[in-house]
Design a protein around this ligand. Structure first.
Ligand SMILES: Cc1cc2nc3c(=O)[nH]c(=O)nc-3n(C[C@H](O)[C@H](O)[C@H](O)COP(=O)(O)OP(=O)(O)OC[C@H]3O[C@@H](n4cnc5c(N)ncnc54)[C@H](O)[C@@H]3O)c2cc1C
Ligand code: SF4
Length: 264
C-alpha cells in the first residue's frame, strides 16, 4: 500500500476497528471453549496502525494502572510484539486476563481520541494479543526484581486484587505470601467468569507468572478461621493486604426485599 493509501485507510481515516476472529456460531453450540479467538499478527499490526500516537495520551488517563498505551501499540505496529508485552508488564501483572475481561469500553477506550468521531483503537484486543504472543514463545521473561528489603507481607485473597498487589510488592523486593481460602488461586477469575470468556488455562498461566516473581501462594487458608490476622502479624509479617472480594451479599433486613422485580 502506498503512503497516501495508508493515510486514507489507516491512521485517523475513520476506518472501523479490525474485527477479532471468533468461533463459528455452529461450532460454539457444541463446546464451552473461548468464543473470541484473538488477533492474528496481521490483524494486530493493522489495528495498531490506526493509533494516532496522541501527544497527551488520553487513553492512559483512562487506564486504572496507567499502562503506556501508545508506546505498547507502537511496538506492535513495528512488529516488536515482545517489546509490547514487556511495556504492558511494566504496569500490569495480568495482561492476558485484562486484555480479555477488563471493561475497556468504559476505561481506556472510552478516552481514545478516535472514539470521538468513530471507533476507538481496540486497546484490549491488542493487549490480549501481545500477552498471548509472549506466552506462545514459551519462555516468559521475569522482569527485574529489586533487592530484598527484608520486609514480609501477607496478602489475603488471591483474586485479581491480591495477585496484583502481591506481584507489585514482590517486584519492589518484599517477601510476599498469599493466603487463599479456596483450593485454587484466582478468586472470581477462576470460579466466576466462565471458560468461554476467560479460560482457566489463561488464569493459571498468569498465576504462574506471579509465582515466578517469588510470591508464595498457600491454599486452603481461611484467614480469620485457620489463622487470625493478628496471628499473622505476630508471626513476623510486617504488613497485610486484605483482598477478599465481595463474596457474601449484604441484606438490609427490610420487608419486601425478597419480592420479585416489578414487570412493566
Ligand atoms: C460471574 C462474574 C463475572 C464477572 N465478569 C467480569 C468481567 O468480565 N470483567 C470484569 O472486569 N469484572 C468481572 N466481574 C467482577 C470481577 O470478577 C471482580 O471485580 C473481581 O474478581 C474482584 O477481585 P478481588 O480480588 O477483589 O476479589 P475476588 O475475585 O472475589 O477474590 C477474593 C479472593 O479472596 C478469597 N478469600 C475470601 N475470604 C478469605 C479469607 N477469609 N481468607 C483467605 N482468602 C479469602 C476468596 O476465596 C477469593 O479467592 C465478574 C464477577 C462475577 C461474579
Ligand atoms: S487516545 Fe487512542 S489514538 Fe490516541 S494514543 Fe491513545 S489509543 Fe492511540
Amino acid at each position: 500500500m502506498d503512503k497516501e493509501g495508508k493515510e486514507k485507510r489507516g491512521r485517523g481515516s475513520g476506518e472501523p476497528r479490525h474485527p477479532m476472529p471468533e468461533q463459528d456460531p455452529r461450532a460454539r453450540t457444541g463446546n464451552f471453549d473461548e468464543v473470541a479467538l484473538g488477533y492474528r499478527e496481521e490483524d494486530a499490526v493493522a489495528e495498531a496502525s490506526r493509533c494516532l500516537q496522541c501527544r497527551k495520551k488520553p487513553c492512559v488517563a483512562g487506564c486504572p494502572v496507567e499502562i503506556d498505551i501508545p508506546t505498547f501499540i507502537a511496538s506492535i505496529e513495528k512488529g516488536d510484539f515482545l517489546g509490547a508485552a514487556a511495556k504492558l508488564k511494566e504496569k500490569n501483572n495480568l495482561p492476558a486476563i485484562c486484555g480479555r475481561v477488563c471493561p475497556q469500553e468504559t476505561q481506556c477506550e472510552a478516552e481514545c481520541t478516535l472514539g470521538k468521531k468513530g471507533e476507538p483503537v481496540a486497546i484490549g484486543r491488542l493487549e490480549r494479543f501481545a500477552a498471548d504472543f509472549e506466552a506462545a514463545q514459551g519462555n516468559v521473561p521475569v522482569p527485574p526484581v529489586l533487592p530484598p528489603t527484608g520486609k514480609r507481607v501477607a496478602v489475603i485473597g488471591s483474586g485479581p486484587a491480591g495477585l496484583t498487589c502481591a506481584g507489585d510488592l514482590a517486584r519492589m523486593g518484599h517477601q510476599v505470601t498469599i493466603f487463599e481460602a479456596l483450593n485454587a488461586p484466582g478468586g472470581v477469575l477462576t470460579y466466576g467468569i466462565p471458560e468461554f470468556r476467560l479460560p482457566k488455562s489463561i488464569v493459571e498461566r498468569e498465576v504462574e507468572y506471579i509465582r515466578s516473581l517469588g510470591v508464595e501462594i498457600l491454599l486452603d487458608q481461611v484467614i480469620g478461621c485457620t489463622t487470625t490476622l493478628q496471628e499473622l502479624l505476630d508471626s513476623g509479617y510486617h504488613a497485610a493486604f486484605i483482598g477478599i472480594g465481595a463474596g457474601l451479599p449484604m441484606f438490609m433486613d427490610i420487608p419486601g426485599e425478597n419480592s420479585p422485580a416489578p414487570t412493566s
